[in-house]
Each structure stands twice: as C-alpha cells, then as structure tokens.
Design a protein around this ligand. Sequence first.
Ligand code: ADP
Ligand code: ASP
Ligand code: MG
Length: 405
Amino acid sequence: MAVIVQKYGGTSVGSLERIQNVARRIAKTFDQGNNVVVILSAMSGVTDNLIHMAEKITEFPDKRELDVLLATGEQTTVALMAITLKSMGYKAVSLLGYQAEILTDSKSTKARILDIKATRIMELIKEKTIVIVAGFQGADEKGDITTLGRGGSDTSAVAVAAAIKADSCEIYTDVDGVYTADPNICKRARKLKYVNYEEMLEMASLGAKVLQIRSVEFGMKYNVPIHVRTSFNEEEGTMVVNDDVNMEQLVVSGVTHNKNQARITLRKVPDRPGIASKILSPIAEAGLIVDMIIQNTRQGNMTDLTFTVEKKDYKPALEIAKKTGKEINAEEVVGDENIAKVSVVGVGMRSHYGVAAKMFETLAAENINILLISTSEIRISCIIDEKYTELAVQALHTAFGLDNI
Ligand code: ADP
Ligand code: ASP
Ligand code: MG
C-alpha cells in the first residue's frame, strides 16, 4: 500500500464547506487503497489575525508566547478535519506538532526542524488510520511549542514525507501548480509541468511563496518528489523533481518578484579596510538579515555603501545604520521602503550567455531604472522602484519567451 502525504493550504481549509470538500478528497484517496497522512494549515487569514491581535497589545510581542498563540490556528483545522472524517465513518486521528514528534530548535517564530521520529504516525498508519498533522509547528527539546516561519506547513509536509518515506507528497494550494510568474500579477503566466529543485529553491527565495524555501531544501536533500496542485479540481499540477535535465528546454523558467524589500544607503563613508564590516556587523548581531550589498566606486577617499533588508527589518536596521553612520562620520544615512526585487531564474542560464544584457535592455525599454543588481549561476535579480513591479514582470515574461510555452 502506498503512503501518500497531502498538505492543504489555508484557502483549501478556509471554511467548513471547504474542510468537508477536502475530507471527501482524503477519503477518496484512502478508499483507493492508500495510507494517507494529511498536513493542514490554519484557515486562510487566521494566522494574520492572531498576529494582529498580539501586535495590538504590544509592538513586539514575546516570541515564545506568539508561537503558542499561532499554533492554535493549525490546532483548529486538524481537529475540525478529524471530526469531519470520523463523522463520515473513517478512522482518523489529529496530531499536534509535538504529538507527531516534530523536534525543532528553539528559535521561536522561525524554528528549524531537527528530527521527526514519527513512531506515532507509523503506528497509526499500521492501524489503517488517517493521520491529520498540524502543519507549521513543532516543539523544542524542552517541549516548548515552536513555529516554522510563514508558509511553514509546506516544510512540515515535505519533512514528514521524508521521515516516513512516503511514496508521494502533494501540496494542495489555491493555484493549480508552479507558474512561470505569480499568476495573480502576470496574466500571461504559464503552468510548468516540471520544475527543477534548484530553480524552485531560487524562485522560493526570491518571492514565489507557493512553496516555503525550507520545504524545497528538504525535498532536495531527501529526494522527495513534490507535486504542487489544487484541491479545486482533479488536474495534474507541477512536479518539483531532482532531475538535472532542463525538461522544458527553457533558458529562463520563471520571473519572480518580491515587494518585501527596503534599502539603506550610507553616503560618503571613509573608504578604508574594515568599513563594510563596521557597518554590517551590528546589523547581523541584531539578527537582521542583509540581502544585497553594493559599494559605489570611490570619490576621493569616500564611498557610498547600500544594502537591502526585508521590510519588517527596515526600521531597526535604519536605526542601527544611523548610529554607525555617526560613529564613522558618514555624510548621511537614507532609506527607501518603496523598492522591489525582480528576478529571472533558470538552470538553462548555465549554458547561455546574454541573459543579463537582455534583462537590462528589457527594463530600459520600459524606462525602469535599475537601482541594484545581483546574480548567481542560475539567477539575475534587479532592485527597482516598487511601482514598476507588475510592468517589469510582464515585460521580462514576454522578453524571455514565456508567454507562449
Ligand atoms: P497556501 O495557503 O496554499 O500555502 P500560498 O498563498 O502560501 O498558499 O501560496 C500560493 C500563492 O503563491 C499563489 O496564490 C500565488 O499568488 C503565489 N505565487 C507566487 N509565485 C508563484 C508562482 N511562480 N507560481 C504559482 N504561485 C505563485
Ligand atoms: N498558517 C501559517 C501561515 O499562514 C503556515 C502556513 O500556512 O503554511 O504562515
Ligand atoms: Mg503557503
């Protein structure tokens, strides 16, 4: 008997009607002779609401308690799903993260899974019981509840699939697969039949939230094929696979965007050894993640240094940068929250050149100014003014021949 892991995202369990719909889908998979382990998210909007409530009390809620609060979202859906399946006459059991033995480190709100023993899950499977596991949560060594960062149910699903050596891992979401760009902002986006782990990793890290980046890391490490599809119809979605071959023969497989960015510039800082570390070390020590860094060419003995951070880290990062700016006599420290990162991704870039030039020409033709650039072997990213995001994504999508694949 095959073991199938199915993860249903917030929209798929967003109402009682949808929960009942998903229950029928789970029951059908079970009736076809499979063992089924289900991972659920909270109902859509619930996690956001819980965060807002905590932030109404205080600007920076205690993170340990925030995890206790956020974990209730998934606790609700697993219980409702098990109640539904039991009322339909199926054997089903809901498990919270710690009951499923999902051991994490202690980094509240962004914990990492260290190990999944899954003895309880395996016992239940043997008893022909449908197991419903709360996504997004685990517990640390002390038994304290932790959560895995936004979108973390994807990671719960792939990690559980790896731990129980499942035959397949299906991620059910509100779009029917992985697209060449976010279908919600790019009308001409096309569904990909296959996407390579490496490409998916880049796409996830660059803003394609359809899969949480850590879920792709798990899939790649433990060779779990991930099938991204929708619970609203029976169609096949996208397979995320380990194959080295570029199945769709594309140079660029996807265009991604991320509006969750901000930049900080220190103007006219003394250009001497150690200055970048003097500016960036205090930012790192505060636990803030710097993404891109650029140092301008020197004018006299002075230079400008610019870096980007996530929007949520903008205020604390700016405060730290202003303090360091004073210490090193920077002329001024300025910031900009209205920026976005657009990127093109594809393993095909390894064997093609001219991709960067084409990207820059395309943006120039639309009169979009590039503020920062960064590249890897299979990606090129540009920071632009946020208001041009949609225009840039559409133009790049067309320029790289993705409209008609
Ligand atoms: P879930 O609640 O099911 O986990 P998410 O909202 O986390 O769903 O992820 C699905 C969303 O990801 C889609 O609605 C879509 O807007 C967004 N998305 C961004 N980039 C892509 C892409 N390249 N392909 C598909 N979806 C994408
Ligand atoms: N409920 C969590 C979130 O909204 C986890 C998830 O949906 O994957 O981020
Ligand atoms: Mg998600």
